[in-house]
Design a protein around this ligand. Structure first.
Ligand code: GDP
Ligand code: IMO
Ligand code: MG
Length: 431
């Protein structure tokens, strides 16, 4: 299908990078449409293992144009570092473009991210401290600097002169060293110089690909539960991980397919309600078996049972065409699995994600499923999976009301089952 979006359906780290790497094998264009280098998208393929932060996960196909879209926020120093490490692994990068309109994460954004977290006194969001919130705040306040501005020093000085004084007052309030205009400008100009071949108006690339019916992938960052509008605010990121056409540079009607990526259980990094969290041995087992540590910050991820309410929220808001279930293999060997099918709130059962203060109060309603003792690592077809694994997957699809299209049974590119969308699933859709 020409335009496919790949988005996270839980709390992030669902395996979006893994899925985009797979799908990009025959994609002409991949666009990261929101977020910044708070992302850690892991890709394991014949070139090695990579944790991509801002570079689209289609970069391993030299025939794929990779666009860092207008909806993103870019740390130029981080991007240059990522380019250097990919180049060191012999990955061709002449196909990597940065939209001129994407916003720049400036050094003071990062500093302020850390300082604001400290100021939350026990109610930290647990941000990645990559400056994401402060940068998007400036974007909305129309006080931001955009990637294209790095190529226009005179204009850039004018833009910065409107905000630097205010930022310095804020830094002084926190007891931090102030920044000089000349120093900041010199850093920006050096970034512009290093990236000038890549900073372009990406709209012609995107429009051409869509008009010519090329395979286009939209790569989301994070997951719906951290969406600025529909996640557990304020424990969210500062952009919209929901399927987003605007940040990519195409109309919503151009999107033909939306793949929701879900882990076969749940994980979250950072604070905020996470109803199925396990503080016991099972949680510790999932963290260990699944190597659940942040790809960007290295923090241990909180682990819990699969939450069908959260995924249902994601399915509705994104209009999923299909699901890609990842990390099924991590459940191999477990005696029993649980799926959260609803929440108890004030003695009543609900099947939706309520607003945050209520979400902090809910108790998960869990149903039990038998585990399987066999390994799924070598499975490549539906029939290769143990029967209880198939039943578990059926239930996930049924509760989401979305057919299964992919099941991932390992981090390696080829450890994937590509399923035909059977009438069985379609017939059982809830909505
Ligand atoms: P993303 O942010 O959504 O791209 O996901 P992350 O890369 O942060 O986290 C997913 C982790 O799971 C990475 O370490 C992947 O290499 C790994 N992974 C993805 N799919 C599978 C799978 O099916 N099985 C196993 N064992 N690991 C997987
Ligand atoms: P990928 O794309 C998991 C979380 C942080 C914090 C909240 C806000 O790899 O799935 P921010 O730095 O964005 O202001 O932090 O969002 N968070 C992520 N959690 N995966 C990510 O990205 C994340 N990006 C941000 O832990 O709770
Ligand atoms: Mg990640």
């Amino acid at each position: 299908m020409p335009v496919t979006a790949v988005v996270g359906a839980q709390w992030g780290d669902e395996g979006k990078g893994r899925m985009v790497d797979w799908l990009a094998q025959d994609a002409d264009l991949v666009i990261r449409f929101q977020g910044g280098d708070n992302a850690g998208h892991t890709v394991v393929n014949q070139h090695g293992k990579f944790a991509l932060h801002i570079v689209p996960s289609g970069i391993f196909n030299p025939a794929t144009n990779c666009v860092i879209g207008a909806g993103t926020v870019v740390s130029p120093g981080g991007l240059l570092e990522e380019i250097r490490s990919l180049a060191a692994a012999q990955i061709p990068l002449s196909n990597l473009w940065v939209e001129k309109r994407a916003h720049v994460v400036l050094p003071y954004h990062r500093t302020l991210d850390g300082l604001q977290e400290k100021g939350r006194g026990g109610k930290e969001i647990g941000t990645t401290k990559r400056g994401i919130g402060p940068c998007y705040a400036d974007k909305s306040a129309r006080a931001g600097v955009r990637m294209g501005d790095l190529l226009r020093p005179t204009y850039l000085r004018e833009r910065l002169s409107q905000t630097l004084e205010q930022k310095n007052r804020l830094l002084a309030y926190y007891g931090e060293a102030e920044l000089t205009m000349d120093g900041l400008l010199a850093e920006c100009v050096a970034w512009g110089e290093a990236l000038k071949e890549r900073i372009v108006d990406t709209l012609p690339i995107v429009r051409r690909a869509v008009h010519e019916g090329k395979n286009v992938l939209l790569e989301g960052q994070l997951g719906v539960m951290r969406d600025l509008d529909w996640g557990t605010y304020p424990y969210v990121t500062s952009s919209n991980p929901l399927v987003g056409a605007a940040g990519a540079g195409l109309p919503p009607t151009a999107i033909d397919r939306v793949i929701g990526v879900v882990k076969a259980y749940s994980t979250a990094v950072g604070a905020g309600p996470f109803p199925t969290e396990l503080h016991d041995d099972v949680g510790a087992f999932l963290r260990k078996a699944g190597a659940e540590y942040g790809a960007t910050t290295g923090r241990p991820r909180r682990c819990g049972w699969y939450d069908a309410v959260a995924v249902g929220h994601a399915a509705w808001l994104n209009g999923f065409s299909s699901l890609a279930v990842t990390k099924l293999d991590e459940l191999d060997g477990m005696d029993e699995l649980k799926i959260c099918t609803g929440y108890k709130l004030d003695g009543k059962t609900i099947d939706y994600v309520p607003d945050t203060p209520e979400m902090e109060e809910v108790e998960p309603i869990l149903e039990s499923w038998p585990g399987w003792k066999a390994s799924t690592l070598e499975a490549r077809r539906w029939d290769d999976l143990p029967k209880p694994a198939r039943a578990y997957l059926h239930r996930i699809a049924e509760l989401a009301g979305v057919p299964l299209e992919f099941v991932s049974v390992g981090a390696e590119r080829e450890q994937l089952l590509e399923l035909h969308l059977s009438p069985w699933f379609r017939g059982r859709l809830r909505r």
